[in-house]
Design a protein. Structure first.
Length: 557
């Protein structure tokens, strides 16, 4: 009996120690960072010592994949461990006023950690929706599992800090002016030839609506440039000259506030860098070899170091799990108002941000460090996904994953510790919008990584990039006459397609097609997703005043 009681006490003590030793968790997510921009991933001209140290003192994942090549769907997938199409988040939210966002029915990473006693904070960019109706904050991070939020509800745009207008760049304003002219000429013809009253009414309605839309477009960089603390606007227009330092300060303050609270910390540092408009500040401004973009990369690395130093000072470093990554590949098309290249480098991979089926659009520079548990100087070259983060952390902290829905991520803790050598994924599906544009297949019995492409970007001939941002935005993504199969483990640039008319490749094609059909069946019954048309926000910005004015004009005439 005494022996039994002693064993029971020992067991209780072990459980208590395990519960008290839940790691602090810090995510560093950079916006639009290319896999080739980090020293640990091959860059020898940009200085990234703090990020390199995470890779050096932890596990480097050099075949890690974003679930999408654009911000909103990628972040939705990371936050839920589910392909963005399952939550209707497969397209980019185009404005703070767009009435779309991450549904309340989704179970998120911060919610899972909250249930395990974590204090949760998001510092920086959100971009997963804000208002369902006028200023109701329905999609706020505070309603999706975060205790504290400081940052931008939407995203950083060139309109926020520069002189360029993003909708003028992609041709929306030009199309609107042309449509306005056609409508007014039509109204004039109607008033002269058919009915003057109807023609004048048409002209006034067109002028009121067009004036509202053009005003919204021209002021896009103002009313999307909000800095918010929790549910209150603290700055508008956003001051970019101090924002990186302010994000650091808020992150440090959150860590310190929880240091004595006996709660483990979950801090999501979602940097505004290195999305344009570029805003590096001294001493980083002009200090790199790669202009404003390189300056921004080096400033972000310094910012990462500031957060890590705070944890070190508080003696929290050893039991903190760091996860560093980018939300998708670098943007090779980005230029500033002086026509300087301000986009990232995706290393040897083809394609860039927006190319959902291409390695350059979805391969991300990911490292995981947890000094107390994970080995140092470890390389994992197996295919993994950012969707794996949530189930892996659930495994570590004892959290739950939903059983009433499809979960696409996998627990890769055994891969990180070295207990397993092969990825738990058999298939990974790569989306361009609502379409499966490529499928990655990893046979369990071999080290081969097959990838089947259903579409191929209509790049500028002889290059692996688009002629312009406008061409990429309005691309039709025509399906290939015949899908192309590659072994990306041996051919990472995907330059030598395999002959699918011979074995074993014909059988592999068939097996992948069966997996695609099964995946599509898992999507049956999902709610229609947000289409993400560049003109969508025009309808979402029709104010009550404009509708009232149009109605009054119609009544008058």
């Amino acid at each position: 009996m005494i022996w039994f009681l002693s064993q029971l006490c020992a067991l209780c003590l072990c459980v208590g120690i395990q519960a008290s030793e839940k790691p602090n968790i810090v995510i560093f997510l950079v916006d639009d960072l290319g896999i080739g921009d980090i020293g640990a991933f091959g860059n020898d001209t940009l200085r990234t010592p703090h990020v390199d140290s995470i890779c050096e003192n932890g596990v480097k994942l050099d075949h890690d994949l974003a679930a999408a090549s654009l911000c909103t769907p990628s972040r939705a997938a990371l936050m839920t461990s589910r392909y963005a199409i399952r939550s209707g988040m497969e397209s980019v939210i185009l404005s703070l006023m767009s009435p779309q966002g991450l549904p309340a029915s989704e179970y998120t990473l911060p919610q899972m950690l909250q249930e395990q006693g974590y204090a949760t904070a998001l510092i920086g960019k959100w971009h997963l929706g804000w208002n369902r109706q006028l200023m109701d904050h329905y999609y706020s991070p505070l309603k999706r599992g975060f205790d504290f939020f400081f940052g931008l509800p939407y995203t950083l745009m060139k309109d926020v800090g520069g002189k360029q207008e993003v909708f003028e760049e992609i041709g929306v304003l030009g199309k609107l002016y042309k449509l306005l002219g056609i409508c007014l000429v039509t109204s004039l013809i109607v008033s002269r030839l058919i009915n003057k009253k109807i023609g004048v009414t048409m002209a006034l309605i067109v002028l009121v609506l067009a004036g509202n839309y053009i005003f919204n477009l021209k002021t896009f960089g103002i009313w999307n440039s909000l800095l918010v603390r929790n549910d209150r606007i603290v700055e508008m227009h956003l001051n970019l000259t101090s924002i990186t330092q302010r994000l650091i300060g808020e992150g440090q303050s959150f860590i310190k506030s929880q240091h004595t609270a006996e709660k483990p910390v979950f801090l999501f540092m979602s940097w505004l860098h290195v999305h344009s408009h570029m805003h590096p500040q001294p001493p980083f401004k002009g200090a790199s070899q790669h202009g404003p973009y390189g300056d921004a990369v080096e400033e972000t690395d310094w910012a990462v170091g500031q957060i890590m130093d705070t944890l070190k000072e508080l003696q929290m470093l050893d039991n903190t799990l760091f996860y560093f990554s980018s939300d998708h590949g670098g943007d090779k098309l980005e230029h500033d108002e002086e026509e300087r290249l301000v986009g990232g480098w995706n290393g040897l991979f083809r394609g860039s941000k927006g190319d959902g089926s291409q390695e350059g659009g979805i391969r991300v520079p990911t490292c995981v460090q947890w000094p107390a548990k994970l080995p140092r100087r470890t390389l994992v070259s197996e295919p993994t996904s950012q969707m794996d983060l949530m189930p892996t952390l659930a495994s570590i902290v004892g959290g739950r994953m939903p059983t009433d829905r499809y979960i696409d991520g996998k627990d890769i803790l055994p891969l990180l510790t070295g207990d397993e050598l092969r990825t738990p994924h058999e298939f990974l599906f790569h989306y361009t919008g609502q379409r499966v544009s490529a499928i990655r297949y990893m046979p369990e019995e071999s080290r081969v990584v097959y990838k089947l492409h259903y579409i191929w970007p209509q790049w500028e001939p002889g290059t692996d990039t688009w002629a312009s941002f406008r061409d990429q935005i309005f691309a039709t993504n025509t399906p290939l006459p015949k899908p192309l199969l590659f072994d990306v483990a041996r051919d990472p640039r995907e330059e030598s397609p395999l002959d699918t008319s011979i074995e074993p490749y014909s059988s592999i094609m068939k097996y992948i097609e069966e997996a695609k059909l099964k995946h599509k069946q898992s999507l049956i019954g999902l709610r229609p997703g947000y289409k993400g048309n560049p003109l969508e926000f025009l309808n979402s910005h029709r104010s009550t005043f404009v509708e009232y004015a149009v109605q009054k004009l119609s009544d008058y005439f």
